[in-house]
Write a protein that binds this ligand. Structure first.
Ligand code: TRP
Length: 442
């Protein structure tokens, strides 16, 4: 009974600011910091950025709006939202639900690594010698990375456990402004290093020779992942919106904020990397190997190191909260259980899957399927198959079946017509192309 009532009385974001901070927290994550700047530098610099912006505006913004629209209209999590269109479509919601287990399985492992690095900088236990060796031996251990991963999982779960307003909203309202201040400070400091201009050149200098058709698809994949499209995060966050909220304005702010943050992340990282003559790279190698080398060489390096890993942790935490909230909101409504129980169930399921992904770097690194470790399989399946597939389904269902009323979106006829045209005829084929690319078929 109490549960029934709590579903009927759905939580609402208490302000527009809270909604922007929550969606920004969801979008800004490891994708912005450890992937975007490098991918931009590798794929033609400013040209890549231009392509990324155009694709975001004309392609990604469409499913992004669809997710918010679906959530705002149905006021339910991802499974019930699809079911409200048609009972049979519940299956599409379940597909999003499965994706929301796949992504945390690898994302939270990396989140655990950030906790470990905060710990070693805080306790002054930074390895003095070879950073690559330290990282490899740490990740290969059976216990420590697992414990760190569990700490990260528990920290993420604590907020949805407390509820939408008291947990998720408060966390983002505090963490995101703090994150932005730290990012601006670190990016500004990096610019004062010798030779910082080389880093800026790596990121921004337009290079036509590196710009190919594959670059376009890489930019598209990056844009969708970083905006958190394709799993129902924005359906779920959108479902806590008040009826009269303007989702077009919010999406615009979200896209703008997310892009500026990704560029600032590059300005924070690459001038420093180049000023110490290190090789730029992406992913774990950049964040856990190259940057500790930079911090070791900088005056007050440990303080900068600590700040950087806290920043990275904040980014991962707010995304982690959104990843968990998708499955929690979905099962809480579907099975009419309490939020607390739903949180415990989902965290336990994710924990079980985190065991093999964590151990992929050590104890079970030799077990491979299609030549990929368990960690790589989860990442590959989620990023290259499930996310584009979910996005495609979303566009088809919203564009061809739900056909959202104009009033829900805008009062501008031209805007609405262009939106529907892109949604029905342009975005789906582009997504199919992206999937073929992800599967190495084009
Ligand atoms: N966008 C986040 C990042 O850049 C990750 C993320 C959170 C995500 N929620 C998502 C990605 C939903 C895809 C779908 O790190």
């Amino acid at each position: 009974m109490a549960v029934e009532r709590s579903i009927a009385k759905r939580a609402n974001w208490s302000s527009g600011f809270a909604f922007i901070m929550a969606t920004l927290g969801c979008a800004v994550g490891l994708g912005n910091i450890w992937r975007f700047p490098y991918v931009m530098g590798q794929n033609g610099g400013a040209l890549f950025l231009l392509m990324y912006i155009l694709l975001t505006i004309f392609i990604c913004s469409i499913p992004l709006l669809c997710e918010l629209l679906l959530g705002k209209q149905m006021r339910r999590g991802v499974i019930r939202s699809y079911e409200k269109i048609n009972k049979k479509f519940g299956i599409f919601g379940w597909l999003c639900f499965i994706t929301s287990i796949f992504i945390p399985c690898f994302y939270f492992v990396v989140g655990g690594w950030t906790v470990n690095y905060i710990w070693i900088y805080l306790t002054n236990n930074v390895p003095a010698g070879n950073q690559a060796e330290y990282f490899a031996s740490f990740a290969a251990e059976p216990i420590v990375p697992l414990v760190m991963g569990i700490i990260f999982l528990l920290l993420c779960a604590a907020f949805p456990f407390r509820g939408v307003n008291k947990g998720i909203e408060q966390a983002n309202n505090i963490i995101m402004p703090l994150f932005i201040v730290m990012l601006v400070f670190l990016a500004g400091t990096g610019l004062f290093l010798d030779n910082s201009i080389e880093g800026l050149k790596f990121m921004f200098a337009p290079d036509f020779s590196k710009f190919t058709f594959r670059t376009v698809l890489t930019a598209l994949g990056q844009a969708l992942f970083t905006l958190s499209v394709g799993m129902g995060c924005l359906v779920t966050y959108g479902s806590y919106l008040k009826k009269d909220s303007d989702i077009i304005k919010s999406s615009g702010l979200l896209i703008l904020g997310n892009t500026i943050i990704a560029i600032l992340a590059g300005i924070m990282i690459f001038p420093a990397v180049f000023s110490f003559n290190l090789e730029p790279s992406a992913g774990a190698g950049l964040v856990f190997i190259t940057l500790p080398k930079v911090f070791a060489a900088l005056p007050f390096g440990n303080i900068f190191g600590l700040m950087f890993f806290v920043l990275l942790f904040f980014a991962a935490l707010t995304s982690g909260i959104s990843l968990l909230e998708v499955s929690i909101a979905a099962i809480l409504e579907k099975f009419k259980i309490s939020r607390k129980l739903a949180t415990v169930i989902m965290s336990s399921i994710i924990l079980i899957f985190m065991l093999p992904t964590t151990w992929s770097f050590g104890p079970i690194s030799n077990y491979k399927i299609f030549n990929m470790t368990f960690f790589e399989i989860m990442d590959f399946t989620a990023s290259n198959i499930l996310l584009p597939l979910n996005t495609l389904i979303l566009c088809i269902v919203v564009g061809w079946i739900l056909k959202p009323k104009m009033e829900l979106l805008t009062n501008n006829v031209k805007f609405y017509n262009s939106f529907m045209f892109l949604l029905k005829f342009v975005v789906p084929p582009v997504l199919i192309l992206l999937m073929l690319f992800g599967l190495n078929l084009v």
